[in-house]
Design a protein around this ligand. Structure first.
Ligand code: PHE
Ligand code: ZN
Length: 848
């Protein structure tokens, strides 16, 4: 039965909990179908904020409860428990039974390949025992696990252990969402780390037997992260052990549980044979991200879930800095801008738009979004740019000092910057409260030897927010003279008004402006310009981001004109990209990015904003035409690039080696357009690493020729579940528009389509929605297929179903037929009597 329509929770209704938790003792008697959890918790009344004693609990079978040793009979509902309690400190005890084997939602305590594991963020702890399951209630935890499994882990430091039991104690007060327990037949990949104050820490990556050979990279990343956080943020690790566990069935990427991070196995296991360079980089970044949460998230946590960006935006920002330091800042910034545009701009310009700090939600799981994470990180980057590096460091030191051990808000965060710098950040705070991507336009004027930049900003309406105030926008600008020499190095302009002009004096000639260098704000910039100026910036801009961006903007305009007016691929563009490709002074990774084109989804949004109804097939055709033209235009250079990028010796995953492979594979994709796949087939046959093998297969599938190789790939990798996810995904991602839905459907009938595993489900359906022309192909088959499968998945795993439903978030851009087809799918889902709160909220927001 469907519950009464779930009510939203509002930020403005925040009230502290009426009790403090002084300590928590938990005993787990593990059993797949009937685990017993015995809780003993010290509560004391919160004299500053008295309130009712109501504990959260879901799906729990209460066996008994006592207060100070005397049996009590609490009032229990589907989601809560309440009873009379003393007006003084007291001991609460309760035993519940839960059923991990039946837990397919992967929240709370569940089983993955026979291994017990937990996921408690955001509100999973209430599925383990009755508790005030909210981040502002922090307590030290002691845990005893009883089972006959060889490995039993929880948070904190290890305590007593013996035949059939293990105890753990976490001295650092933490909210329940950071609780974790793992038990199973696991093996450790061990190492050690000495902190800068000399503390010896035992490190372990725990995996299923057979996966030990895929841990070395993650371990190196962990040690590098620990060192980096000491050196750059002065943050040291604070326990005797740091454990990471790899789990196959996991809804998200990874989880920062105190001292016991739990990872989706795809985000920690790596080997040259089975992982691509992109996997290596992502694993390094996610290990860092979860580790960095130890200070930004765990030691300082969130007061309530509206403040999620406090930990996520900051931790993403920190992991981006880390990756930049480990690899290349220029390449990382471009990658981050590509991701932001693909995921966050898309979200911010559709029905699911919400502020970085939302003001209400129905299901918090639906707010682990690109806006909270990636735009949240951009906001911190802007703050740092505005106050400067030194003030940023001082503010962070103050933040850690002032708020260690607390559950904080965005107000606390901003106050630290205000106190450090004396700045008033009230206008800056709009970045946290206003949804939508600001549109920034700039025009140039050269008058009496003075150069003027005239800016205007405007943020379009988003759901619930018709009017927006002007934001503080840091605009990094540099000026070049017409020969391409820089005449004004980067300077940050601070825009605060709806319209604002800046003048530049002392210039001999009219300069060329390089605006929004380093992507200094998450805005959509429009700038009147011409091909010659773009080519000049592509050749000469000293800012690597804008050097790349000039080409990207050029390609975008060109592709839009190809779609709307049937314009031919312009040689000015082809020449400028070819020049970058040939420039051996440029990092290969950068040159590979310069060969990339805007995504078809991004083109659809751009066309829509320019007043056209985007036709996904026409966009696809324009991209194909341009890629073909690039291949032809560059045909003399491509073989040399392929040859130059070949590397001798064993595979190395470092940034320089990966950059070379990345450029080689970008060249291979173009060469495949000319040689019918000969070079790609050869690379596929000889590849000794997954990057080369998968890229070759992708090239072949793209030109409709990879069937034999796809079969061979499957035969080779049948036994490896992570590689098989790539096999499922790539065939859909690279399918021609008229075949994508059929291929996806065929794959759902494959015996290895273990759809309850989120990675496998996303491999097929995430790839289907990412194949824009295939997903939106006429007839609506892709829509119907996804709708049916979302309905099916929702019954077992609401969180992942809701997340994948964002495939439909752009539906209002399209023509009446497509809109009607998608509306019908969404309405069918909405009408399902047992639809989860998660998916119901998403579908309703998309239909509104
Ligand atoms: N807090 C995790 C992270 O960003 C993400 C996560 C959220 C994982 C909810 C599981 C569940 O690092
Ligand atoms: Zn995080």
């Amino acid at each position: 039965m469907k519950d009464a329509t779930p009510q939203p929770v509002y930020l403005r209704d925040y009230r502290p909990f009426g009790y403090h938790v002084d300590e928590v003792h938990l005993t787990f008697r593990l059993d797949p179908g009937a685990t017993r959890v015995i809780a003993r918790i010290r509560f004391s009344p919160n004299r500053d904020a008295p309130g009712p004693f109501v504990l959260d609990g879901e799906g729990l079978d209460l066996k008994w409860a006592r207060i100070d040793g005397a049996a009590i009979y609490p009032e229990v509902t589907e989601t809560s428990l309440t009873c009379e309690v003393p007006d003084a400190p007291f001991t609460w005890e309760a035993e519940v039974e839960i059923d991990p084997a039946a837990n397919t939602a992967l929240e709370g305590l569940y089983l993955s390949n026979g291994m017990f594991c937990t996921q408690c963020e955001a509100e999973g702890f209430r599925r383990i025992t009755y508790y005030p399951d909210r981040p502002d209630v922090m307590a030290p935890f002691s845990v005893r696990i009883e089972s006959d499994l060889p490995v039993m882990l929880s948070n904190g430091n290890p305590g007593a252990a013996g035949e059939g039991f293990a105890e753990w104690h976490d001295p650092w007060p933490k909210p329940a969402y950071l609780f974790a327990l793992v038990a199973g037949d696991l093996v450790a990949y061990p190492d050690r780390f000495t902190t800068r104050s000399g503390r010896d820490v035992a490190l372990n990556i725990w995996v299923r037997p057979g996966d030990e050979g895929k841990c070395a990279w993650g371990m190196e990343a962990l040690k590098a992260s620990m060192r980096w956080d000491e050196e750059v943020y002065g943050r040291e690790y604070d326990l005797e052990v740091f454990n990471i566990v790899a789990v196959d069935d996991f809804n998200m990427g990874a989880m920062e549980n105190k001292g016991l991070n739990i990872f989706n196995s795809s985000c920690v296991l790596a080997s040259a044979d089975t992982s691509t360079d992109a996997d290596f980089e992502r694993i390094e970044a996610i290990i860092a991200h979860e580790y960095f949460h130890n200070w930004t998230g765990n030691r300082i946590t969130c007061r309530d879930w509206f403040q999620l960006c406090l930990k996520e935006g900051l931790t993403v920002f920190r992991d981006q800095q880390f990756t930049g330091d480990m690899r290349s800042h220029a390449v990382k910034r471009i990658d981050d801008a590509i991701t932001l545009r693909a995921r966050q701009f898309r979200e911010d310009n559709g029905p699911l738009a919400h502020p970085v700090r939302p003001e209400s939600f129905v299901e918090i799981n639906n707010f682990y979004t690109a806006t909270v994470y990636e735009k949240g990180a951009e906001v911190i980057g802007m703050l740092k740019r505005l106050v400067g590096d030194a003030a940023y460091s001082k503010a962070l030191a103050l933040y850690f000092d002032r708020h260690d051990g607390q559950a904080c808000t965005i107000e606390d965060w901003l106050k630290v910057f205000e106190d450090t710098t004396g700045r008033d950040l009230s206008q800056f705070k709009h970045w946290y409260s206003q949804a939508g991507t600001p549109r920034l336009s700039v025009t140039e004027e050269w008058r009496d030897g003075v150069f003027h930049l005239h800016f205007e900003q405007h943020t379009p309406p988003t759901p619930g927010q018709p009017d927006k105030a002007p934001q503080v926008i840091p605009i990094a600008v540099g000026l070049l003279n017409p020969n391409g020499d820089e005449v004004l190095p980067t300077r940050v302009l601070e825009m605060t008004e709806a319209k604002q002009s800046f003048a530049f004096e002392g210039l001999a000639t009219r300069p060329v402006a390089s605006v929004l260098r380093d992507f200094s704000a998450p805005v959509i910039l429009s700038q009147e310009t011409d091909n010659a100026t773009r080519a000049l910036l592509m050749a000469h801009d000293t800012d690597p981001f804008n050097k790349w961006e000039a080409g990207r903007a050029f390609a975008k305009d060109l592709l839009c004109r190809m779609v709307t007016d049937g314009a031919p691929p312009e040689s000015a563009y082809l020449d400028a990209v070819l020049a970058m490709l040939r420039d051996e002074g440029l990092d290969p990774a950068f040159r590979a990015l310069a060969l990339g084109l805007p995504s078809q989804d991004d083109l659809a949004q751009t066309l829509y904003e320019r007043g056209h109804t985007p036709d996904p097939l026409a966009i696809h055709d324009a991209v194909e035409t341009l890629v073909q033209a690039m291949a032809q235009h560059m045909q003399d250079t491509l073989p040399r690039i392929l040859a130059d990028m070949v590397q001798d010796g064993p595979f190395r995953p470092d940034a320089a080696s990966a950059g070379k492979r990345s450029l080689g594979n970008a060249a291979l994709a173009l060469v495949s357009r000319l040689d019918g796949g000969k070079a790609a087939a050869a690379q596929f046959a000889s590849a000794d690493n997954m990057t080369q093998q998968l890229a070759a297969l992708a090239c072949l599938l793209t030109i409709g020729k990879g069937d034999a190789q796809a079969r061979a790939f499957r035969d080779q990798w049948q036994h490896d579940r992570l590689v098989m996810n790539k096999w499922f995904g790539l065939q859909v991602a690279r399918a021609a528009p008229d075949r994508a839905a059929d291929i996806a459907e065929k794959l759902t009938r494959d015996p290895d389509f273990t759809w309850k595993n989120p990675n496998r489900f996303r491999a097929v359906f995430g790839s289907l929605s990412a194949n824009a022309a295939g997903f939106h192909a006429p007839g609506g088959k892709g829509y119907g297929l996804l709708g049916d499968w979302l309905g099916k998945l929702d019954a077992v795993n609401p969180q992942t179903a809701a997340r994948v439903s964002t495939a439909f978030e752009t539906w209002r851009r399209y023509d009446a037929d497509r809109q009607a087809q998608i509306r019908a799918v969404l309405e069918t889902l909405a009408a399902k009597p047992d639809l989860s709160r998660d998916t119901a909220e998403m579908v309703q927001r998309m239909l509104e």
